[in-house]
Design a binder for this molecule. Structure first.
Ligand SMILES: CC(C)(COP(=O)(O)OP(=O)(O)OC[C@H]1O[C@@H](n2cnc3c(N)ncnc32)[C@H](O)[C@@H]1OP(=O)(O)O)[C@@H](O)C(=O)NCCC(=O)NCCS
Length: 199
C-alpha cells in the first residue's frame, strides 16, 4: 500500500518530542523497542526525522553516528494504525540519505523486525560485528546480558580514512567489565590501556 499523498518526512523539532515519546514508548511497553526519556530525545533531537501527515506526527526514526565508519538507526516506529503503508520505509530512506550525505560507510540496527530492514538491503550479522554498540545503548538496556535483538547491517560504501576503524571486539576493554581504570601514582586514571597490542 502506498503512503498517503499528504505524507512528508522532515527533520524533527522540539515541538515533535511529545509525539515521538508517545509513539516510541507505546511500543516500548510491548518490549519491541527501547524506551526513551524526554532528555534522551532532546539531547539527540538532531538525529531524528518525523513522518508527518498533515499536522500529525505518525512516525519517527533516528540516525545516530557511532564512529567514523558506523551509524545506527534507532527508534524507528510508525503509529499502529499507519503501519504497512510504506511510511517506515520512507523514514528509513530519509535516515539512509543522511548517512550517505555524511559519507558513512555502514549503518546498523538492532531489531526484532529484520524483515523490515532486509527489505531496505540490510543483512543479518553477528552481534560481534558491532562492537561500539556495546558502549552506548546496550549499557542502559535491561537485556544487556540476554540480548535477543537481531543485528542488521547495510554497507553504503567502502571503508576509507585514517581514523581507527571499528572492528570485532577481540580484547577486553579496561575498566568497562573489570573494574575501574588503574590509577597512576598521582591518583589520576591512566589514559593508557593495559594491553595496547594491535588486533
Ligand atoms: C517496523 C516498522 C517501523 C515498519 O514500518 P511500516 O510503515 O509498517 O513498514 P513499511 O510499510 O514501510 O514496510 C516496508 C517493507 O518492510 C516490510 N516489513 C514491514 N514490517 C515488517 C515486519 N514486521 N516483518 C517483515 N517485514 C516487514 C514490508 O513488507 C515492506 O516490504 P516491501 O518494501 O518489500 O513491500 C513498524 O512496523 C513499527 O513501527 N513497528 C513497531 C516498532 C518497531 O519494531 N520498530 C523497529 C525497531 S528497530
Amino acid at each position: 500500500m502506498s503512503p498517503t499523498a499528504s505524507l512528508s518526512i522532515r527533520k524533527a523539532t522540539v515541538r515533535d518530542v511529545p509525539s515521538i515519546l508517545q509513539i516510541v514508548n507505546e511500543y516500548a511497553k510491548e518490549q519491541v523497542m527501547l524506551a526513551r526519556s524526554p532528555l534522551a530525545i532532546y539531547e539527540n533531537l538532531r538525529d531524528y526525522v518525523v513522518a508527518v501527515d498533515g499536522e500529525q506526527v505518525i512516525g519517527c526514526g533516528a540516525l545516530h553516528v557511532v564512529w567514523g565508519d558506523l551509524a545506527e538507526i534507532r527508534s524507528i516506529a510508525v503509529q499502529k494504525e499507519a503501519k504497512g503503508k510504506g511510511i517506515g520505509k520512507q523514514v528509513a530512506k530519509a535516515l539512509l540519505a543522511e548517512a550517505d550525505a555524511l559519507m558513512l560507510p555502514r549503518v546498523f540496527a538492532f531489531t526484532y523486525v529484520p524483515g523490515f530492514f532486509q527489505s531496505l538491503g540490510f543483512r543479518v550479522v553477528p552481534h560481534s560485528e558491532l562492537p561500539h554498540k556495546v558502549f552506548s545503548d546496550c549499557l542502559n538496556c535491561p537485556k544487556f546480558n540476554e540480548c535477543d535483538e537481531i543485528a542488521v547491517l547495510l554497507d553504503l560504501r567502502p571503508i576509507e580514512g585514517t581514523f581507527p576503524q571499528t572492528g570485532p571486539l577481540s580484547r577486553p576493554v579496561p575498566g568497562l567489565f573489570q573494574g575501574p581504570f588503574p590509577l597512576s601514582e598521582g591518583g589520576a586514571a591512566s589514559s593508557e590501556p593495559e594491553n595496547d597490542q594491535d588486533d
